[in-house]
Structure formats: structure tokens, C-alpha cells
Ligand binder design. Structure first.
Ligand SMILES: Nc1ncnc2c1ncn2[C@@H]1O[C@H](COP(=O)(O)OP(=O)(O)O)[C@@H](O)[C@H]1O
Ligand SMILES: [Mg+2]
Length: 365
């Protein structure tokens, strides 16, 4: 009997050592607490992530743990529910912070009673770095497309202006030339001014400060501005704002610009007799605007690229309209995408605005 007990004890010690070894060597930080609020496990990785030594923490009260770890652990030990904190910031010596993924789980006895909670921590620094590099690469690619496009757009008018300027000394007395000069140079400078204006909106997509506003207002203003062109082309507008407020956080002028660009494209796409429909609806946590036309729709091969700058299928298009829409949407944390109306002609542009921010912010005049 005594020998059997001794063997069992040895086995328990071995298993315990084995588990300690695993907890001690894994890359993730492991921190456990019991119901009395004392720290029962604090492994080597947890030491490295928090900068605290196991000797100073183990067996001590949970108050010794950094607050961002303490709160989810205590919460899980109290209600037995697991928690996922996608990005906890742990303070590092020197004032910087370490991004950490924190998963907590309840620790239970076999009968189900709560014994405490355990948190597993993973260092997200490498992942963040990768994310940043990817974003930088994307920005660079965007910048290259933008720079090439601007270069191209400026070159054409410059070539025309230069040619006329070179002829000017010789043909100065030619009345017809002077008229032609004024017409062409004026037109080409106008084109560059237009480009400069578009680039400015691309650079400041969010417009002014974001306030709580009703989405029906910028839509109504854009419709009103476009009404003469709609009438001229004989296109019906289907826009019934509805009685309910549609509040989001945003900049009125920037949003009006977004809708103007979308409506302008729809107009360009349609023949006389078409219809432009604008719908506004809210679902859980989102305010959704749909802009639908009865034009030919967007060719499949263009669909993935239309939001890129300088992508245009029009003879005199700038290809910047939708790029501006995308940056305005982005500045409003809204999602914008295009589809073709299934089973019929026409394109639909959808913008999904988040509303949870607006709900918690008081309305300002
Ligand atoms: N409503 C629409 N119907 C069909 N094609 C569209 C529509 N809106 C945009 N497009 C396509 O997307 C391209 C890019 O649009 P945009 O960025 O506004 O530039 P632009 O209007 O100067 O061409 C357009 O040239 C057109 O091919
Ligand atoms: Mg356009």
C-alpha cells in the first residue's frame, strides 16, 4: 500500500513537472488567478510581456497585475464567461506600449464550480509590424498610380498650351490665331484647375470636423443641385426620404460631394427616360444608402478597379470621382461598393455607414 502511494505520488510530481515545463516554455504568456483573487500561475512569457517578475507576483493579490489584464481576468473569474480582447496595450518601461491579444477562460473543478480564471497572452508586435508594412506597400502602390495619373493628366493640357505659346510671337498679329489661342489655352487651363480641385478633395476626404447629421440632408442637397441636369436629360428621380431621422457622424459638404459624384456618374451612364433611385434604410448598427440607375451597368472587367484613381471609360473622364467617393467613405468609416442590378440593366452603389458612434454623441447644432 505504502509503495503504491509512493508510486502514485511520483507520477503526480512527474505530471506536475511536465505541465510546469509546458507552461514555462510556451511562447504565450499564461496568467491564472484563483477565486480568492491571488495569482496562481505566472509563466516566463508573462514575465517578459509584462516586465514583472514571477517572484513579485506569484501568490500575491491580483492588484499587482497591470489593469488591462486584471479586469478581464477578474470578470471571467466572477461570471465564468470567456473573453477575447483583440488588442490589449501593456505598458513597457520607457513609456511605449506592447500590443497583446488576451484570451481569458474560466477554470472549473470537474463538478463545474468556478476555481478562477486563466489568461493566455500573445505578443502582436510582429503581426502589427507586418500589417504596417502591408499598409505602407498599399499606400505606395496607390501613390504610384496617383502620381502617374496626375503626370498624364497635366501633360496633355501643357503640351497644347506650350505649342500655342511657341507660335505666339510669330502669329501674334493673326486675329484668328489669337482667338484660337484664348479658346484653347483657356480650356486647357480650366481642365487643370478642375484636376487641382479634384485632387484637393482627394487629399482632404473627410472635409471639416465630423458632427452628428441626418443623411437625408446631404442627399437632398445633391439631388437639388443635380435637378437641372436630370430635367434636361429627362431622367426621373426616385427619392423618398421617409419620416425617420437617419443620423450618422460626418461632414455635410464631403457627403454631398460623395452623392454628387455618384449621381453624376449615374446620369452619365443613362439615356433619356432612365431613372435614378436613391434608397435609405437602417439595419442593425448601420445606415445604408443605395444609389441605383437604369444605365448599362458596369462592365465586369472594370468592376474591381473603378474605385482606383484615374480609371475611366469616358473620353473626357478624370477617373477621380469614385476614388474621391472611396476616400470620403473611408474618412467616415463607411463601406462603399458597386454591383450590377441582378437580372436587369443598371448599377447599384451602396454605402454603409456605422451608426453606433453617432448614437452615443450628443447632437450639435
Ligand atoms: N453608374 C454607373 N454605371 C456604369 N458605369 C459606371 C457608373 N459609375 C461609374 N462607372 C464606371 O466607373 C468609371 C470611373 O468613374 P469615376 O471615378 O467617377 O470617373 P469618371 O466619371 O471621370 O470616369 C467610369 O468611367 C465608368 O466606367
Ligand atoms: Mg465620375
Amino acid at each position: 500500500m505504502a509503495i503504491k502511494n509512493a508510486q502514485l505520488y511520483e507520477q503526480v510530481v512527474l505530471i506536475n513537472e511536465y505541465l510546469q515545463n509546458i507552461v514555462g516554455t510556451i511562447e504565450s504568456g499564461v496568467v491564472a488567478i484563483n477565486r480568492a483573487g491571488h495569482v496562481t500561475i505566472f509563466n516566463r512569457a508573462a514575465e517578459q510581456l509584462t516586465g514583472l517578475s514571477v517572484d513579485a507576483i506569484l501568490g500575491r493579490a491580483i492588484a499587482e497585475l497591470p489593469a488591462p489584464l486584471r479586469q478581464p481576468l477578474v470578470a471571467t473569474a466572477e461570471d465564468g464567461r470567456a473573453r477575447v480582447l483583440a488588442e490589449v496595450e501593456l505598458a513597457k518601461p520607457g513609456g511605449s506600449t506592447l500590443p497583446v491579444l488576451c484570451l481569458t477562460s474560466p477554470l472549473r473543478e470537474p463538478a463545474g464550480g468556478l476555481l478562477g480564471a486563466v489568461a493566455v497572452l500573445s505578443d502582436l508586435t510582429a503581426l502589427k509590424q507586418l500589417e504596417m508594412e502591408q499598409r505602407r506597400a498599399e499606400r505606395l502602390a496607390y501613390f504610384e498610380v496617383l502620381a502617374a495619373g496626375i503626370g498624364h493628366e497635366i501633360k496633355n493640357p501643357l503640351v497644347a498650351i506650350k505649342a500655342f505659346a511657341q507660335l505666339l510671337p510669330r502669329k501674334f498679329l493673326d486675329e484668328q490665331f489669337r482667338q484660337e489661342f484664348a479658346r484653347v489655352v483657356g480650356r486647357e487651363i480650366g481642365r487643370m484647375e478642375h484636376l487641382a480641385g479634384r485632387l484637393r478633395s482627394l487629399a482632404r476626404p473627410g472635409g471639416g470636423p465630423h458632427r452628428a447629421l441626418d443623411l437625408r440632408a446631404p442627399i437632398a442637397d445633391a439631388v437639388e443641385l443635380l435637378q437641372p441636369r436630370l430635367d434636361e436629360k429627362g431622367i426621373a428621380i426616385r427619392w423618398a426620404p421617409g419620416p425617420n431621422p437617419c443620423q450618422v457622424l460626418g461632414d455635410h459638404a464631403a457627403l454631398e460631394q460623395l452623392f454628387l459624384n455618384l449621381f453624376g456618374n449615374a446620369l452619365d451612364a443613362m439615356e433619356a427616360g432612365g431613372a435614378l433611385s436613391v434608397r435609405l434604410r437602417s439595419t442593425e448598427g448601420r445606415m445604408i444608402v443605395e444609389v441605383e440607375d437604369t444605365g448599362p451597368g458596369i462592365p465586369d472587367e472594370f468592376l474591381p478597379r473603378i474605385f482606383e484613381p484615374f480609371v475611366t471609360t469616358k473620353l473626357h473622364g478624370s477617373g477621380l470621382g469614385l476614388a474621391i467617393c472611396a476616400s470620403i467613405a473611408n474618412a467616415h468609416r463607411a463601406l462603399i461598393y458597386a454591383t450590377n442590378v441582378p437580372g436587369q440593366r443598371g448599377a447599384v452603389f451602396t454605402i454603409e455607414f456605422p451608426v453606433e458612434v453617432a448614437a452615443s454623441t450628443p447632437v450639435r447644432a
